[in-house]
Design a protein around this ligand. Structure first.
Ligand code: AMP
Ligand code: ZN
Length: 481
């Protein structure tokens, strides 16, 4: 458990950046000790990629930091299981229907299958389960009700394909995007206008096309049979469960110009109060430097791919911790291997401390300077790279005893989520790949092919082991660093 003084220190100092205010300010919940937090969830028409999972890891870290500060966090996430359209435009195919046709399944089956895959990935990454998982298809009445409230305000109009929100009624429409970029406008301009009054207007309810085959997912509404637009689901469900003003709303940066901009427009028009006090956005995971990993970019890597390659999901979690959430994370196998080696070394250390401490009680270390510095890092807009660096400083400090190290690092792990407590037991086993390398090296060495055997020695070292040769063979010893 976090010590009360560390929690208090974190509460006093926790500063979070909000995309809306464009500043980093001291975070406090609106009501007492409860933080109401909403995370925009996945669209479940295909398996998530590790870019998506980076965003959910960021949300998990934010949540764990708030818990570390002693807040009670109510965390909600939507599941977009009603086919939202293929782009942020209000036209195009329904993603769910498209996937259903490709997989010869119903749209409902597709949604169920990918929802399960998403939660299984989240679980393997040690992402804490959400308190509330809100499926869009199970909240159609709430969405209809919100559209009706908007109608009463006179901001909804009908076109031949749906009911639209008139953004010209919102004086501060687009406030989430800086004036000089206004990407939502540019994005809006790419959209075929049809009968829309303004490029940025968006669908609240779409009619089932009269001349197409009957849709699998459609509902009656006061305006005609059809299905809700994408943005309305988050506003309706978040407000229904968490209240009209949230403390924290999170998602990836691609949600800023359209999805979150429109959530703000419709929620605040309906209620007249701010929709969320903090808006936090995670940067992308990219490949080959700049290229964003995307479901439709053709460069998707899933967690299963990494597992098949022999990685442990928590090694990916460790890698994610090494970049600040507002900086892009340039993914590569090399970076992941380095993260894996570092995590393995950490697990070895934890195992060794456990052995030396035995079954005795761990000391309470409320005022330890390493704890203070770790909390400082969290308070600095979730500066996890610094938090991990503080952890390693502590791990390597010869003046700190093992029991203190163990006690502090297990407390840090409440936020890091690397499962150091249980992973340490089995992780002392040397990985197969390293054993194979060592065997190969021994054979090369015996054949006096020293140049090649030295290269393998370096690879083994990079994986966190030194080879100690003796007359009858070799021994692999974990590097203590
Ligand atoms: P989607 O299922 O497409 O709605 O995306 C789910 C979440 O993943 C959203 O919060 C996106 O902002 C986020 N996301 C999509 N691509 C990436 C990426 N390459 N890196 C990080 N987050 C991403
Ligand atoms: Zn959303």
């Amino acid at each position: 458990m976090t010590s009360p003084s560390a929690s208090e220190q974190l509460r006093q100092s926790l500063a979070l950046y909000s995309t809306l205010s464009r500043t980093t300010t001291h975070f406090t919940p609106a009501q007492g000790d409860t933080v109401r937090m909403y995370v925009c969830g996945p669209t479940v028409y295909s398996a998530p990629h590790i870019g998506n999972m980076r965003t959910y890891l960021f949300a998990d870290i934010a949540r764990r930091v708030l818990c570390f500060a002693g807040y009670s966090v109510q965390a909600a996430m939507n599941i977009t299981d009603v086919g939202h359209l293929t782009s942020d435009a209000d036209s195009g195919d329904d993603k769910m229907a498209k996937a259903a046709a490709a997989e010869r399944a119903t749209a409902w089956e597709v949604a169920e299958k990918y929802t399960e895959i998403f939660f299984s990935d989240a679980d393997r990454l040690n992402i804490l389960p959400m308190d509330l998982v809100l499926r869009a298809t199970q909240h159609i009445p709430q969405q209809i009700e919100l559209i009706q409230r908007l109608e009463e305000k006179g901001v909804v109009y009908r076109t031949d394909d749906g009911m639209y929100f008139d953004t010209s009624f919102v004086p501060d429409y687009g406030k989430l995007t800086p004036n000089d970029t206004r990407e939502h406008l540019r994005a809006g301009q790419r959209v075929a206008m049809g009968e829309k009054r303004h490029a940025t207007d968006f669908a609240l309810w779409k009619f089932s096309p009269p001349d197409a085959p009957k849709r699998e997912m459609e509902w009656p509404s006061p305006w005609g049979v059809g299905f809700p637009g994408w943005h309305i689901e988050c506003s309706a469900m978040a407000m229904d469960y968490l209240g009209e003003t949230l403390d924290l709303h999170l998602g990836g940066i691609d949600h800023i110009p359209i999805h979150h901009t429109n959530e703000i427009a419709q929620s605040e028009t309906a209620t007249g109060v701010p929709f969320s006090r903090w808006w936090m956005h995670g940067a992308f995971l990219t490949l080959e430097g700049e290229r964003r990993m995307g479901k439709s970019e053709g460069n998707k890597i899933t967690l299963d791919t990494l597992i098949d390659e022999g990685f442990d999901p928590l090694e990916f979690r460790y890698l994610v911790l090494l970049s600040h959430y507002r900086s892009p994370l340039s993914f590569s196998r090399t970076a992941l291997e380095q993260a894996a080696n570092a995590l393995r070394r950490l697990r070895h250390r934890v195992a060794a401390w456990k052995k030396s401490v035995g079954a005795g009680e761990l000391p309470d270390c409320p005022d330890n300077p390493y704890l203070t510095r770790f909390v400082d890092a969290l308070a600095e807009d979730l500066n996890m790279p610094r938090a991990v660096a503080e952890l390693w400083q502590l791990a390597r400090d010869p003046d700190v005893d093992d029991a203190t190290k163990l006690s502090l690092i297990l407390a840090f792990d409440e936020v890091l989520g690397l499962d150091l407590e249980s992973a340490s037991k089995e992780s002392t086993e040397i990985p197969d790949a390293v054993v194979r390398l060592a065997q190969e090296r021994w054979e090369l060495r015996s054949a006096k092919r020293f140049e090649e055997s030295d290269k393998l020695r370096d690879q083994i070292l990079a994986a966190g082991y030194t080879v100690q040769d003796g007359p009858g063979g070799y021994e692999l010893v974990p590097v203590n660093d």
